[in-house]
Design a protein. Structure first.
Length: 274
């Protein structure tokens, strides 16, 4: 077993639907990733918006390196096996003293994947504390899919503002507190959400969604993913960027996001990520 994820940690993940914390970057490395992000934001004139927040590893070389980081993949391999695709990635950034939140939801609801054997690696670029709006998860809620409703609430960081339509026992929720460079792993059907950031610093997390290559997309004709370990079977291969925001990478990213948006927003009037 991987030293990062020993047998008892795997067993806890199977039982509870999540496991944390796992150190994958040093504090200094985490600061470097944050610095790279914030340099891009200065160049862009403000916080990342719209599609730049999603599948960002396809347009930034340093994030392509992160989704392929051996420490992350070694832990993920213990959960889903040696053939691994990075299906998507997203920044979840809460500004200091901001009202942004994430409603209680399950990731699997609109993804259109053939199996729920999917794991999210959530990597902290900054402190994710009780005050800054750390994720909360309810142990054992990953065993079945439940109904959701769309709200498209403006302060909700989720693409559809989706929320669970059954009662959530928040008294059982666990706060996923992470220091910069640590990550959590959670199952695609995990009940999870997070409150607003009440701290004086940004809360920056990068969520990387990994799937075993046996999984197929069943809600759309085509889908793509990045092979990060092993052998692929069903997805169109994605190319890493040659340089940050390389024009050809930006064009490919736009086409991929349009196609994935058609999958994620099927049945709604929304046409693209906000």
């Amino acid at each position: 077993m991987s030293k990062l994820l020993p047998r008892e940690s795997v067993e806890q993940y199977r039982r509870d639907g999540f496991f944390f914390p796992i150190r994958v970057l040093s504090p200094a490395e985490a600061r470097q990733y944050r610095a790279r992000l914030e340099a891009v934001e200065r160049e862009q004139g403000g916080p990342l918006r719209g599609e730049l927040r999603h599948k960002s590893h396809l347009i930034f070389t340093w994030l392509d390196t992160l989704v392929r980081h051996p420490a992350i993949l070694d832990a993920v391999e213990e959960l889903i096996g040696p053939d691994i695709l990075c299906w998507s990635s997203s920044f979840f950034i809460k500004e200091a003293r901001d009202s942004a939140f994430v409603s209680w939801h399950q990731d699997a609801t609109y993804w259109g994947l053939s199996e729920p054997d999917v794991v999210t690696a959530w990597v902290a670029f900054s402190e994710s504390s009780l005050e800054s709006g750390a994720m909360r998860m309810v142990p054992g809620t990953h065993r079945k899919q439940v109904a959701h409703r769309d709200t498209f609430a403006p302060d909700n960081l989720l693409s559809r503002g989706q929320e669970i339509m059954v009662d959530v026992d928040e008294a059982k929720a666990v706060d996923i507190v992470l220091h910069p460079g640590e990550m959590s792993l959670h199952h695609v059907r995990m009940f999870h959400g997070s409150p607003p950031n009440r701290s004086d610093d940004r809360r920056i997390g990068y969520a990387i969604r990994y799937i075993p290559t046996r999984i197929r997309q069943v809600a759309g004709e085509r889908d793509s993913a990045s092979l990060v370990r092993g052998v692929d079977r069903h997805f169109d291969p994605e190319q890493p960027p040659a340089s940050d925001l390389a024009p050809e990478a930006v064009a490919r990213h736009a086409a991929i996001m349009k196609r994935q948006g058609e999958i994620l927003y099927r049945g709604t009037a929304a046409e693209r990520f906000r």
